[in-house]
Design a protein around this ligand. Sequence first.
Ligand code: DX5
Ligand code: ZN
Length: 226
Amino acid sequence: MGSSQKIKLAPSILSADFGRLGEQVAEATKAGADYIHIDVMDGHFVPQITVGALVVTAIRKWTKLPLDVHLMIEEPEQQISQFIDAGADIITCHIEACPDIHRVVHRAKKAGIKAGVALNPGTPIDTLAEVLPYLDLVLVLTVNPGFGGQTFIEAMLDKVAHLRAELDRKNLATELAVDGGINANVAPRVVRAGARVLAAGSAVFNSEQTISEALGKIRSSLEVAF
Ligand code: DX5
Ligand code: ZN
């Protein structure tokens, strides 16, 4: 490592203005985002209902960036094909919602897209042991999933560091992503702990600054990470 350029920023549209979603995605793309993070919630795995595959199809037309679809839903194996057809490039399922994680991962890879697994803050990284070698991405939730704008859970720094050590020890190129409460204050610390993809919602889409300014602020905070 050495350069902040290697860190990927994944604006989460959960905090975007849904009335102007396409424009906001295009703006984030122009501002140098690396992925567009789409939070799918089903009202069961988490209390809120957000968007489904139709919205992924709609967003697909506004950006060429990889669409990073975070499924916070029960039984993701029933839904994954819809999201693949809609144009997802990365599909991340929660290990807590998916006892048959190998099947889901295999389905994504067979379709030629990337497979990720997400862990809630209370879920130990050991639960990934058997599936880790097959994953393109691990998403460490740094808040309890369900809502934007929550405060980063400090104890997740250790979890990220342990997972980083595990990936390095096994020589795996799996991307280590974090999601929840990420802003310019937290970003350098999670990166120092080993995160390489930062999903951020409220720190990117807010009324205080443009998307470009917000991404710039996170990027420059990373200059001191190494
Ligand atoms: C949390 C979602 C996040 C959310 C993050 O349930 O998975 O992607 O949008 O929002 P912030 O960055 O505001 O915590
Ligand atoms: Zn998310």
